[in-house]
Design a protein around this ligand. Structure first.
Ligand SMILES: Cc1cc2nc3c(=O)[nH]c(=O)nc-3n(C[C@H](O)[C@H](O)[C@H](O)COP(=O)(O)OP(=O)(O)OC[C@H]3O[C@@H](n4cnc5c(N)ncnc54)[C@H](O)[C@@H]3O)c2cc1C
Length: 442
């Protein structure tokens, strides 16, 4: 048999970060590789990622890195060791792409352009002879005797020794990831863990958030609870932030998560980095019952300290309106809302504010509550949580434990992480391992 005849035929379904890396690596390892992409070109999500800057990985240490994926993180031990962050950075460097680490640990292309990341992936595939067919949506993977045999698009069929399913999640379907992979895997007997939106804005009850829409709060602390707003017990708010990826004590209900960061009021509820980070835990808690959030607008000041400071400011500005004094602390619209909730007229002169009113103002500033009734839909989430059950996939090879020759990588699996470059690193690492294994499949 000559070498061309003995080449493994690998078909990769989906040209996202995971599929492109898998295809390039399988071809580099000697396979004859065909990448089938549904859209008119591969890599649409890579292009929009990180606000078009593509946060491709993170500088955190290994254990902390794994922790960012929650309880499913251990599945990534093999792939993150086989193709680590440093391997990824070397890979980009060898292909001529410089990267830089930001002070918070996030890693971006030095040019700040996601298009350069995509260009490297396309170059890697072309250097290794990957054939790409775009506008080729795959609809079915056929098997015989428990082994993959053929991949069917709407137009053609392709024989395969190994198939890598890399169709992504079900969020941002305009980029091509519309959940097709779940149907194909499920048709072959794989279990799909319930899909949920992650890194998604939250929808709140009533008009409270809507009245404040457009306001962006910097460095506030938001804490979510599994109860109604009126039942929040603020004594349960921990001293430090807590949630997925933050080492520390175990969180117990009714406390869900607590995050410090920016929060934005919108016409439907809450958005901003701190909200997105806690959103998956909130979505899961909403499945069980009520959820409410409380925002501490002045987290850097303890209750007593804040009250003393306010008392000092009020007495040295006796003739000013309390509304104007509060506007030095928080945006005007919020100041008005805080005073309304505290039962104080904004036109009260500072020297007429009573001790009880002062106490109420501080309490409301440190405990601004909203009932959460849901999240924005999966299509608007940055990441899909849930997906192909990890118990049915061998993490050392990414091969299905049910169907021989079938491999998975990327967001189609039940793995997701917080923002920071972890989702793309996982896609690249799993893609590399899947490509490597598929090329060696026998
Ligand atoms: C707005 C936004 C910003 C983000 N920013 C970051 C970031 O900065 N850093 C980070 O780590 N993560 C980020 N993420 C998440 C990250 O982009 C994804 O987790 C990652 O790209 C998933 O890669 P994937 O290859 O598994 O899937 P995808 O990138 O979704 O690729 C799947 C591919 O499969 C194709 N496909 C689907 N069905 C079929 C079919 N039937 N036949 C053929 N092809 C098919 C799709 O068209 C698509 O090209 C962001 C996500 C979003 C939405």
């Amino acid at each position: 048999m000559n070498s061309a005849m003995s080449k493994k035929k690998v078909v990769v379904i989906g040209g996202g970060a995971a599929g492109m890396m898998a295809a390039g690596r399988a071809a580099e390892s000697g396979a004859d590789v065909l990448l089938l992409e549904k859209m008119e070109r591969p890599g649409k999500k890579v292009l929009i990622s990180g606000n078009m800057r593509c946060n491709l990985s993170n500088a955190r240490g290994f254990e902390e890195f794994i922790g960012m994926y929650g309880k499913n993180g251990k599945f990534l031990y093999s792939s993150l060791r086989r193709f680590s962050r440093n391997d990824l950075l070397n890979f980009f460097a060898l292909q001529g792409l410089k990267t830089l680490v930001e002070p918070d640990g996030r890693i971006f292309p030095a040019s700040g352009r996601s298009s350069e990341v995509l260009a490297v992936l396309l170059q890697y595939m072309s250097q290794n002879g990957v054939k790409i067919e775009t506008e080729s949506p795959v609809r079915e993977i056929k098997t015989s005797g428990g082994h993959v045999t053929t991949v069917y698009t709407t137009r053609s069929s392709y024989g395969a020794d190994a198939v890598i399913l890399a169709t992504g999640g079900a969020s941002y379907p305009q980029t091509g990831s519309a959940g097709d992979g779940y149907k194909m895997a499920s048709a072959l007997g794989h279990s799909i863990i319930k899909l949920r939106p992650a890194l998604v804005p939250l929808v709140t009850e009533g008009s409270k958030a809507r009245d404040l829409q457009g306001i962006s709060l910097k460095g506030v602390r938001i804490t979510s609870f599994a109860c109604k707003a009126e039942d929040i017990d603020t004594s349960l708010i921990p001293h430090k932030d807590c949630g997925r990826g933050i080492a520390g004590r175990k969180v117990r209900l009714p406390l869900i998560e607590s995050r410090t960061g920016d929060v934005i009021f919108t016409h439907f509820g809450l958005s901003g980095p701190a909200v997105l980070l806690m959103s998956l835990a909130v979505v899961d808690a909403l499945d069980q019952g009520f959820v409410a959030a409380t925002i501490d607008l002045i987290p850097q000041k303890g209750h007593k300290h804040a009250e003393e400071e306010l008392q000092g400011t009020l007495s040295s500005n006796g003739s000013r309106y309390v509304q104007n004094i509060l506007e030095d602390l928080v945006p005007a619209k919020i100041a008005a809302r805080i005073l309304a909730e505290a039962g104080v007229s904004g036109r009260t002169r500072a020297n007429q504010v009573t001790a009880l009113q002062r106490e109420n103002i501080i309490r409301t500033l440190k405990d601004f509550r909203l009932d959460v009734k849901g999240s924005r839909p999966l299509a608007e989430a940055m990441v899909t949580a849930g997906g192909i059950c990890l118990d049915e996939v061998d993490p050392r090879t990414m091969q299905s434990k049910l169907i021989k020759g079938l491999y998975f990588c990327g967001e189609v699996l039940d793995i997701d992480a917080d923002t920071g470059g972890f989702n793309l690193q996982a896609a690249f690492s799993m893609g590399y391992l899947a490509g490597d294994s598929a090329a060696k499949h026998d």
